[in-house]
Design a protein around this ligand. Structure first.
Ligand code: G
Ligand code: G
Ligand code: MN
Ligand code: NA
Length: 254
């Protein structure tokens, strides 16, 4: 079967799963949040990672129902974790460019929050620079509406998109997520170190939170801390894992 047909059927047959990766505060090392990351559990086969199916889902529009499933599933899980008393402050969910373009995005997000009874302040939407830069003016209104709803906005893969930086002062953004390509070769790659340090400094001056992605080594962590990075994510702290495993980790840390 063509991948598109399989993808469509997978959605009907509930073959997607969410993994969760810890978001860690660098001040005290605490897991304060999680990012939901989708995987495709093909029956009888292994887990398929998003790089293998998100682009096609985006192209075919299947990302809209898939993204809605991700949002609903992640919000519902977050609600059970909060009800269980786990000390989480944030759930991050990725929005694809096509999802962000939906005219009724605000209504859809509000509906999922109402349905799952997750207070909006716990939800952070991750949007890439590229998505934000498409179509311009109405995006400002769209983000303002989402902010008024109480959700938070993060720029994912910051530094890799085509952007003018001017949007940082126009748009109501809460957080920059420094792309892992700038973190990967710290402390060998001095250009990456300059870029990471500059993004952290800029974010702090603009009163934005800043998260470093892809932190794998103690030397990277030390560098990020020294430069005043708030929060981080990466294999050093934890891989993305299934919901039950994430819950066990969170319970053990209580
Ligand atoms: O773990 P990782 O392989 O999950 O993710 C690879 C890429 O897929 C990242 O760019 C990530 O943002 C994207 N991705 C993961 N989960 C989702 C999702 O639920 N929706 C969208 N749109 N992208 C996702
Ligand atoms: O684009 P986005 O930031 O949503 O995607 C996060 C991606 O980065 C996922 O594929 C996730 O599995 C991956 N990831 C998370 N932590 C690390 C890390 O420490 N190293 C590497 N190489 N990838 C990571
Ligand atoms: Mn992300
Ligand atoms: Na990223």
């Amino acid at each position: 079967l063509a991948l598109e047909t399989r993808l469509r059927r997978a959605l009907e047959q509930d073959e997607f799963v969410l993994h969760y990766q810890p978001l860690v505060a660098l001040t005290d090392g605490r897991i304060f949040g999680v990012e939901a990351l989708v995987r495709w559990q093909i029956p009888g086969e292994g887990l398929l990672y998003p790089n293998h199916f998100i682009p096609l889902a985006e192209e075919t529009g299947l990302i809209v129902p898939l993204g809605e499933w991700v949002l609903r599933t992640a919000c519902a899980r977050m609600k059970t974790w909060l009800d269980a008393g786990l000390p989480l402050e944030m759930l991050a969910v990725n929005l694809s460019p096509r999802q962000f373009r939906q005219g009724d995005l605000y209504e859809r997000i509000r509906a999922v929050l109402a349905e799952t009874r997750l207070p909006s302040r716990y939800l952070e939407l991750e949007i890439t620079e590229t998505a934000l830069m498409e179509d311009g003016p109405e995006n400002e209104t769209k983000l303002a509406a989402l902010k008024a709803l109480g959700v938070r906005i993060a720029i994912d893969d910051f530094g890799t998109g085509y952007s003018s930086l001017a949007y940082l002062k126009r748009f109501p953004i809460d957080k920059l997520k420094i792309d892992q390509s700038f973190v990967r070769d710290i402390p060998q790659d001095t250009s990456n170190m300059e870029i990471a340090a500059a993004i952290i400094a800029m974010a702090r001056n603009l009163k934005l939170e800043v998260l470093a992605e892809g932190v794998e080594a103690e030397a990277q962590l030390a560098f990020l801390k020294r430069h005043g990075c708030d929060v981080a994510q990466g294999y050093l702290f934890g891989h993305p894992v299934a919901a039950d495993a994430m819950q066990a980790t969170l319970e053990a840390a209580m």
